[in-house]
Write a protein that binds this ligand. Structure first.
Ligand SMILES: Cc1cc2nc3c(=O)[nH]c(=O)nc-3n(C[C@H](O)[C@H](O)[C@H](O)COP(=O)(O)OP(=O)(O)OC[C@H]3O[C@@H](n4cnc5c(N)ncnc54)[C@H](O)[C@@H]3O)c2cc1C
Length: 459
């Protein structure tokens, strides 16, 4: 980095918030994906004014700027592909206000998701999106990716809860979008455009989030199915039952087989398992909802049904689902974790199609995910030290995304496009919609300094 630029940045943020040491440049070259690329420096922004001055300078000097929260993104979202500045927002971590009467909270982007939940709990309120990385990821990152989670089928994703934003644009100007009302039909919905934009359109410096009363009760059950088709039918019929479960997780035969091989969990050898949870404000309500779901299971040739009678039993039922992330590392040295989403009625078609792809390229694929909203997380297992397996992996990734899009699905339900899915954007979005996306990027960031090289915005 040129000395004059370094001095100008130091002048804006001070030496305590700037580093071009190798150790920091290496640390900021990664996120939680397999991609990496080294920035020229890392900067910790501590105020909107600072962020504005950094972007004004970067825009003038055409230096790439990559906003970053906790770096837990799974698609290379915060990896500084073109070098430049990684702008870490974690020091902007104040919860500015919580207003139960207005049903909202106002936060800085670096607030850790779990800290916000902890602050809402005494009010018996919560922020419903529930990324599994919640203990470390930031609310700014959740906005950047439109994060979801297990409960998205019932509660939606981050975009359903962002009421307003303060955003610093590429030229350093500060924009305020949305507001503090529960609804608004005023002008273009720029707030929603910003959510999920992966740091390519602006740097979010303040977020106004809708919050909800916390359900006090849950009921949990698990069911097995000898045939995948019966599990798929159950998912479809549940949607007709009048109940939207807060959790509806599908675990496939390969994942069950992994548990049988590598753990002492006593699972039967079946083609599918479904874990279901209902939530509400009284025991009677959650049990009534669970009764409806179990009746559906019984109509679908279910094998075993286990219904938790205590918190400990519920935790035991959750164990398999919660252990998957840790256990996959025992199967192969590497895995490619995908995030496609298909219409719920096409889940079985997708899984059967994927099985064919897996056999065609002789790579094991474990499937689990949020059947309640069609968001599946196929994990392609491979050994990265074997070039032949890497070539086959690329073929599987392409065909998997083609399959999802052919079934009317999307490339990503919650993890975002970033680097790893950029090459597939044309499979989902038609030419006109890609052109509109690129025009929006050009209008807001004409010099392409914000997180360049992501989301196929440059083609
Ligand atoms: C173990 C594990 C489990 C996970 N489970 C889930 C899950 O259940 N659901 C889910 O949705 N995701 C999940 N993720 C992915 C990840 O945690 C989410 O995408 C999360 O929202 C990223 O937050 P972050 O703070 O780490 O953001 P980062 O990874 O740092 O950044 C993500 C994107 O947001 C942009 N960004 C960050 N801050 C700002 C800002 N202030 N202004 C503008 N852009 C910004 C970045 O430029 C980048 O493009 C998981 C990841 C891991 C490692």
């Amino acid at each position: 980095m040129e000395t004059k630029i370094k001095e100008a940045l130091l002048d804006i943020v001070g030496p305590e918030n700037f580093s071009d040491k190798l150790i920091d440049r290496v640390a900021y070259s990664y996120d939680a994906s397999e991609s990496s690329s080294r920035p020229d420096c890392a900067i910790w922004g501590t105020s909107t004014d600072q962020v504005s001055r950094i972007l004004t300078l970067a825009n003038r000097e055409r230096i790439p700027v990559v906003p970053r929260g906790a770096g837990t993104g799974l698609s290379g979202l915060a990896v500084p592909l073109r070098g430049g500045i990684v702008l870490d927002l974690k020091r902007m971590n104040k919860i500015l206000s919580i207003s139960v009467p207005d049903r909202l909270g106002v936060v800085q982007p670096g607030v850790v998701y779990a800290d916000f939940q902890a602050a809402l709990a005494p009010h018996s309120f919560f922020f419903p999106p529930d990324p599994a990385s919640g203990a470390i990821c930031t609310l700014g990152g959740n906005v950047g990716t439109n994060a979801g989670g297990l409960r998205a089928a019932k509660y939606g994703t981050t975009k359903d809860y962002v009421l307003g934003l303060e955003v610093v644009l590429a030229d350093g100007e500060v924009m305020h979008t949305g507001g503090k009302t529960m609804k608004s039909s005023s002008g273009y919905d720029i707030t929603r455009l910003m959510v999920g934009s992966e740091g390519t359109l602006g740097v979010v410096t303040e977020i106004t989030l809708k919050i909800s009363p916390m359900p006090k009760e849950v009921a949990t059950a698990m069911a097995t199915f000898d045939r995948l088709e019966d599990a798929g039918k159950a998912v479809t019929l549940i949607m007709h039952s009048g109940v939207i479960p807060s959790v509806l997780e599908l675990i496939d035969a390969n994942t069950v087989a992994m548990f049988r091989k590598y753990s002492d969990l006593k699972l039967p050898s079946v083609e599918a398992m479904i874990l279901v949870e209902t939530d509400g404000h009284t025991k009677q309500d959650v049990n009534h909802q669970l009764d409806q779901v179990i009746q559906v299971f019984q109509k679908c040739n279910t094998g075993e049904i286990q219904r938790a009678k205590s918190k400990a039993e519920a935790e035991r039922l959750w164990l398999a689902r919660k252990s998957i992330g840790g256990m996959v590392g025992m199967v192969t040295p590497n895995r490619s974790s995908e995030d496609v989403t298909v219409p719920m009625s096409r889940i079985v078609d997708f899984l059967r199609g994927l099985d064919k792809i897996s056999k065609k390229y002789d790579l094991l694929i474990l499937n689990f995910g949020h059947a309640g909203d069609g968001n599946l997380h196929p994990n392609i297992m491979y050994d990265g030290s074997d070039p032949d397996q890497v070539v086959r992996l690329k073929r599987v990734e392409l065909e998997l995304h083609e399959l999802a899009c052919d079934l009317g699905g999307t490339l990503t339900g919650e993890h975002g496009i970033g680097i790893s899915k950029a090459a597939y954007m044309h499979l989902e979005h038609d030419k006109v919609s890609l052109r509109v996306m690129r025009s929006l990027k050009k209008a807001l960031d004409p010099n392409n300094i914000l997180n360049p090289g992501k989301m196929a915005l440059e083609a």
